[in-house]
Design a protein. Structure first.
Lengths: 309, 249
């Protein structure tokens, strides 16, 4: 049997999450095929075919697939599912939206956000906001899985030469339609794929102080993140939230500023290689997980840091 | 239009979770339990729909132990009209819960189902999508806004990198993200009144649902602890450490 991975892309290029999910798919030990579904996304399929280790790429192009509506993509995945023992997707909002719908119609469960593969039927996944790791055996004939992409290295983008097969059958359930999209306009890297992440918490005090973080982010080529408290306070956009119910990140360098370190936030950063905390409260719990802690006022520390880099 | 809203009894948000010494599970004995925070947001939204004249009746359902009656009473005190508990002492997985809820949808015929996007215990984020699949409905997951019109509901979804707005044909299943609303606290008179509201108890067998395990938990372990590092005394020292010791800049 083999593995089918549903690719994450924006009709122009593959998202970094896909490359990490390919590594997880290959770790299952069987042949790996990819599905690229979208509109005008032939170039994405070409890109996918070059990933080392991929056997075949299915390309499904239709207006009904353009925005990744789960109602339309599910029957497409089900068409292919009979040939596979494992169906995978990255645990992005897209993968989380689609895969349980596929699983339910196959009458199987889903193993969500796996962080390790112990065997083709056994997986490790975090529960209780990452306060526990569960080893789970899937008892279903088909394993439907989402992959926490920060837990797997990116597969090499080149070295492969997979065949691209076009699928012509179009599914349009006709029960949902795309209205609009508001993408955050930013030249910064994606939060979940950035090498450096700067995050601000309630201690940032106001929106204007985030400008200090932005100045620093420009120097470091970093992405900007935030705690729930900072988002709730309206300092930054919702999609910058890091933590149990926001994004899970694992950058080389994380710098948290004015962040106390609630367990729900720490759940989202604890796999970062190096954690730096800057907080004027020396008892802030974030210092207990930080490699380097600096007790300082952000108004002084941030400009000084921007100058020193 | 009837609105069905679902709630799950979970470990309280503020409880520090500990793994049992035998690695069979986390310690759930004598810990505070509460309504899953995302379910609370879903309940609030359902009640707001009733207050706005969109919903004619709000039915709250839970699948879980007898003690989940507490969470159902909380939802009734917040303003739901009646409750259904599908009682079981087994830990049901998402698919079985979705099948149970699908049976309730079959008999109640709600125009909208509101749920939390995930529960903070198993962190699965599955049941809403599975229910939508089983009843052949459109799904609006991770929503932060919603507007109901005659035959459709327009939802704004929190997706990676921004917001996506979709129009879904009714009936639809919606799952609430954090910022859909801020749930109210039930007032004492409403808590008293809620005790008299109808709460029906059924079993999965009553609904013809077969309880099936899709997974088996082999062990539960605590994650690797991160050790606290050092405190640096100045920005200059921090930059030096990051450059020369950690070598990350």
């Amino acid at each position: 049997m083999a593995t089918l991975l549903i690719c994450e892309h924006d009709n122009q290029s593959l998202k970094a999450a896909t490359y990490a999910a390919v590594t997880a798919a290959l770790a299952l030990g069987a042949e790996v095929d990819l599905l690229v579904a979208g509109e005008g996304c032939a170039a994405v399929a070409t890109q996918a075919a070059q990933i080392a280790g991929v056997r075949k790429v299915y390309l499904a192009e239709a207006a009904a697939y353009a925005q990744g509506l789960a109602e339309n993509l599910t029957p497409l995945v089900l068409d292919l599912a009979t040939d596979y023992s494992h169906l995978l997707a990255p645990a992005t909002t897209q993968g989380k939206n689609l895969m349980p719908r596929v699983a339910a119609l196959l009458d199987v469960g889903q193993v969500s956000e796996i962080v390790a593969i112990e065997s083709p039927t056994q997986f490790v996944r975090p529960v209780y906001a990452g306060n526990a790791l569960a080893s789970v055996e899937s008892l279903d004939p088909v394993k439907v899985i989402t992959v926490r992409t920060t837990a797997f290295d990116a597969a090499p983008a080149s070295g492969g030469n997979a065949e691209v097969a076009s699928l012509t059958q179009v599914h349009d359930a006709g029960i949902s339609r795309f209205v609009k999209e508001e993408r955050a306009q930013s030249d910064r890297p994606e939060l979940t794929a950035a090498r450096v992440v700067l995050a601000g918490g309630r201690g940032m005090g106001n929106k204007e102080h985030f400008a200090l973080l932005e100045a620093l982010a420009d120097k470091l080529g970093a992405a900007i993140g935030a705690t729930r408290a900072a988002v709730d306070a309206g300092f930054v956009a919702n999609d910058t939230q890091i933590g149990q119910t926001g994004k899970i990140i694992a950058p080389e360098l994380y710098i948290g500023v004015g962040i106390s370190g609630a367990i729900q936030h720490v759940a989202g950063i604890k796999d970062s290689k190096v954690i730096v905390a800057i907080n004027k409260d020396e008892d802030a719990p974030i210092f207990q997980v930080a490699d380097y802690g600096l007790v300082a006022d952000l108004n002084e520390a941030l400009p000084e840091l921007a100058k020193a880099l | 239009m009837k609105v069905l809203v679902t709630v799950k009894r979970v470990i309280d948000y503020n409880v520090k979770v500990r793994v049992l010494a035998d690695h069979s599970d986390v310690d759930l004995k004598n810990v505070k339990m509460a309504m899953n925070p995302f379910c609370e947001i879903a309940v609030e939204q359902a009640i707001r729909l009733k207050e706005a004249g969109v919903a004619s009746e709000v039915i709250v359902a839970s699948v879980g132990p007898s003690a989940a009656q507490e969470q159902l009473r909380t939802a009734l005190a917040m303003g739901a009209d009646r409750a259904i508990l599908v009682e079981t002492d087994e830990k049901l997985e998402s698919l079985t819960v979705a099948k149970t809820l699908a049976k309730i949808c079959e008999s109640e015929q709600p125009g909208l189902v509101l749920m939390g996007k995930q529960s903070i215990d198993t962190d699965n984020n599955q049941t809403g999508q599975m229910l939508a699949a089983l009843i052949g409905a459109a799904q609006g997951t991770f929503i932060s806004e919603m507007r109901v019109s005659a035959e459709e509901v327009e939802v704004t979804r929190e997706v990676d990198g921004g917001l996506q707005t979709l129009a879904l044909r009714l009936p639809a299943v919606l799952t609430a993200d954090l910022r859909l609303n801020e749930p109210r606290y039930a007032k004492l008179p409403d808590i008293m009144k809620a005790k008299k509201k109808p709460l029906e108890i059924k079993t999965p067998a009553d609904l013809g649902v077969e309880v099936k395990a899709n997974t088996r938990v082999l062990k539960v372990v605590p994650p690797a602890e991160r050790q606290a590092g050092i405190k640096v005394s100045s920005v200059a020292e921090l930059v030096d450490k990051l450059k020369n010791e950690a070598k990350v800049i």
